[in-house]
Design a protein around this ligand. Sequence first.
Ligand code: FPP
Length: 560
Amino acid sequence: MPAVLRPACRALWAAASVLDDLADRRDVEPAEREARVEAWTQALQRDLAAGASTDPVRHALVDTALRWRLDLSSLQGAMTSTRNDARGRYFADWAEWQARCNEELVPWVDQVRQLFEQVGAPMTLRLDRRKDYEQFIDGSQLTDVLTDLSADLAQGLLLLPAEALEAFPGAEDDLRQGRWSPAAAALISDLTALARQWVTRPAMTRGMHPGAATVLNTAACLMRAQLDAVEAAGSTLLKRAPRPSLAARTRILAPARLRSAMAWSLTPLTVPGPRPPAVAASVPRPAADNTGLRPPPPHPDDARPPQIAADRMPSHVAVIMDGNGRWAEQRGLPRPEGHRAGTAAVREMVYGALEIGLRHLTLYAFSTENWKRDTEEVSTILEAIRRDLDEGPLRDLDVRQRWSGRPDELPEELVQALLREERRTRGRTGLTLTVCINYGGRDEITRTAAALVQAAQAGDVDPHLIGEDDFTRHLPHPDMPDVDLLWRTGDEQRTSNFLPWHATYAELHFTPGYWPDVDRRDLWQAITEYGRRQRRHGAVPLVSPRRPPATGHIRADFSG
Ligand code: FPP
């Protein structure tokens, strides 16, 4: 594992282990065990909303979820299944055994896959590799059952399907009585061969990032070494858990660590910034610190951001800043004046984003279609952006600034100023502000497809295995997360070629006011409304929304 992922993986591992232990405690009555698992799961829900926990394992998990923006709702099914285990387990056949295994384990492993994705080294998994992946997880579970046979039998457990046991008459009784009979030995030998077959899935890692592939391939090697130890154990399997020798483990781990270090050194990994506040309003206004960065200036009315529970906070808000021209015309001013006023609103938005703890804000400043406008208007927009970069109103804020769009046709000084600010702020970890200039969504997709074709021609990706993750990796900003909330001002309801790849599941928010009139409270209101939406991503919702959706466009009172 790359070092940056270890704490998060340990937090997930610890939580899964605690739940498993609660369900398995043989000195506690089944109903009580079930109640303990349920209580732990419900406490986790509360802790997630609060952003902290008094329980160290839950705290680590909550912190991981917030830091890495993990959606833990997919773990709900796994936790329910673990709770049901407290009443005992019986599997009629392999299909039932595998279904339970997948229900309990796959969601946890999927969280680890999400982490790899966030770090920028996706464990690409094509849909047609899903079977391999599930079988690999079945194999790891069967390896575990064989390893822990003596401990489980001591508790009266034999976690194997009746179908497998019945194929070797007498074996079940012998095992339960602690007898290493020929039937028991034949059963174990058969199961060991099956587990070996399941964990050996070379196709699963094809096309994956080499670091992620090394992790999975090494896990498979370790499990095969474990199965060698099971086979070699003979009758002692009924007395203690077999372990592969230190030499056997070193033979696998030493070269794997080298391969892994090499693979991770070739990829710049994206490390998340500091944890966003779970409940923004409970965080005091930060004072200037010794990093040289200052907090955003307060709102003129001292308005403060609303309380947003961590699991209701979007990661990425994208804004189409519309209505500059009409704002100016309404005041009898030339249109370019609207763009100058719009620049001030951009600062306000950045202040609001920092105050509420937003991680990504992306602004549509100039589209590839905007060249069709009057030359003077085009120059005013581009000049307003360049002046803003030179004056540097965001210079001392914790903002990583970057730009998305085509460099051709843009004035050279503007391109240089954009690159300069990108370089200067690249180590900042607060808000990532991406300004889209000479940007077109279809253009971005076309350029990405071209980059992917080049990678295929160079033999870096297999065209038959290309998945969505490969596409994402070739985007101009591979670490840009999906847009959660797409907001357009100016009373228009279109997405206008803005971030089509990232915004396929975005919640849409349209407001009637013109861009130069917005202030940070409008961003907070958009985020508040987003928190009330029920996002499904094509699935059936797990929980109902907290409140009915708000109507109207009246700005909420965020006064201090
Ligand atoms: C759309 O309004 C707005 C634009 C095409 C330009 C937006 C640019 C800025 C606000 C400047 C950005 C500055 C920085 C520093 C990022 P419109 O002109 O289409 O308005 P209309 O629909 O009323 O005509």
